[in-house]
Write a protein that binds this ligand. Structure first.
Ligand code: H2U
Ligand code: ZN
Length: 351
């Protein structure tokens, strides 16, 4: 009989969404940590910042002026990485030099006119407006002939390269399906063809039974640390109903998405009592005009913090050259987040 147990012994785990493996080294998390557990000393932000390019009424690059908006506000990125009028063509010089023209549209979404807010501090009814904008953008951009994928995401926090604390996210739409969703497309299609059910539908059911990686849930969505998580507190939100994209969500499910987005990010902020940085984004079916029954709507959260408000995990060395590696297991990380209050730490202080 094998003495192996995944709580103590080094092992690799499969990410079935990408068909890639990660390395888990649980024995290493037992080594002592002598660093401080610091809280980030960040002052309160004003509700309006005259120097912020996302605040209502202010000027952006190129002389554009934001309207006096309330709630959400969407504009085309003034420094778009993709352009809608790229000429067709590319480079085709044998196996070694390949390039393809790429078109697309990039937008910025302000989540609120209130410069001081973040998702975990916003009311669910206001986050719902963000979900509605995501739906509008997926529909409007996805409808265009040259757009085959719509990537909605949020970069939060300076350590994630976010340029501005004003609550905002982005949408980049492109003519090709980008690398990460393309890998997930292949894996989900293979699973659906084999089982006749979505990969994430089956995964969600299994995790509901196992319980050890669950974080929070409501009637329509579940948030968990995936079995194959790479980042210490990596999270995933999965829709309980196997929908292919956000447009298929009904009114209650849209509210449910806003609710779980807040619930998960409140847990995150409470972990180190800091505004928890991450890159997060939706993954959903390509907008290539084809039917995608294999696709199952979900959202990834990739937060870099490891031990405190200032100590992050570095994806360097072995991770860059060989395989992504983690010390604390997904189960330990989930337990820590589960044990935290569901009330935002700032709201607890103000009570
Ligand atoms: P971050 O989410 O990474 O902070 O990016 C904000 C985007 O805002 C960034 O892509 C755009 C940048 O190009 N931007 C404008 O469109 N107009 C501006 O005046 C400044 C920044
Ligand atoms: Zn602002």
């Amino acid at each position: 009989m094998s003495n192996f147990n995944s709580k103590d012994h080094p092992h690799t785990r499969l990410n079935p969404l990408t068909n890639e493996w990660i390395l888990v080294s649980p024995h290493r998390s037992k080594r002592p940590w002598q660093g401080q557990v610091e809280k980030a000393l960040v002052g309160e932000r004003p509700k309006y910042d005259p120097s912020c390019y996302l605040c209502a009424g202010n000027e952006r690059a190129g002389g554009h002026k934001n309207p006096d908006y309330k709630g959400t506000f969407v504009f085309t990125n003034d420094f778009s990485a993709l352009l809608s009028d790229t000429p067709d063509g590319g480079v085709d010089e044998g196996d070694l030099f390949q390039a393809k023209s790429e078109s697309g549209i990039c937008k910025v979404i302000c989540f609120s006119e209130d410069h001081s807010q973040t998702i975990p501090e916003m009311d669910v009814k206001d986050i719902r407006k963000v979900v509605d904008v995501w739906c509008e953008q997926y529909e409007e951009l996805g409808r265009k002939d040259f757009v085959n994928y719509v990537q909605i995401f949020e970069n939060k926090g300076v350590i994630m390269g976010c340029s501005n604390p004003h609550p905002h996210g982005q949408v980049w739409s492109s003519s090709s399906v980008p690398v990460e969703p393309a890998k997930e497309s292949v894996a989900q299609k293979a699973y659906f063809e084999k089982h006749g059910r979505t990969l994430l539908g089956d995964y969600l059911q299994a995790e509901l039974e196992k319980e050890e990686r669950l974080l929070v849930q409501n009637d329509y969505f579940l948030a968990l640390i995936p079995y194959w998580a790479v980042w210490p507190f990596e999270g995933m939100i999965i829709s309980k109903r196997p929908v292919q994209n956000i447009l298929q969500l009904n009114e209650n499910e849209r509210d449910g998405l806003a609710d779980i987005y807040k619930k998960l990010t409140v847990k995150y902020d409470n972990l180190f009592e800091t505004s928890f940085a991450y890159s997060a984004g939706l993954h959903q079916a390509p907008t290539d005009g084809k039917h995608h029954p294999e696709w199952h709507l979900h959202m990834h959260f990739y937060p870099p913090l490891l031990r405190s408000a200032t100590v992050k995990k570095f994806m360097v060395g072995y991770e860059m050259l060989a395989t992504p590696q983690r010390d604390i297991t997904a189960e330990q990380a989930a337990q820590r987040l589960r044990d935290l209050s569901d009330v935002h730490y700032k709201a607890q202080i103000n009570k």
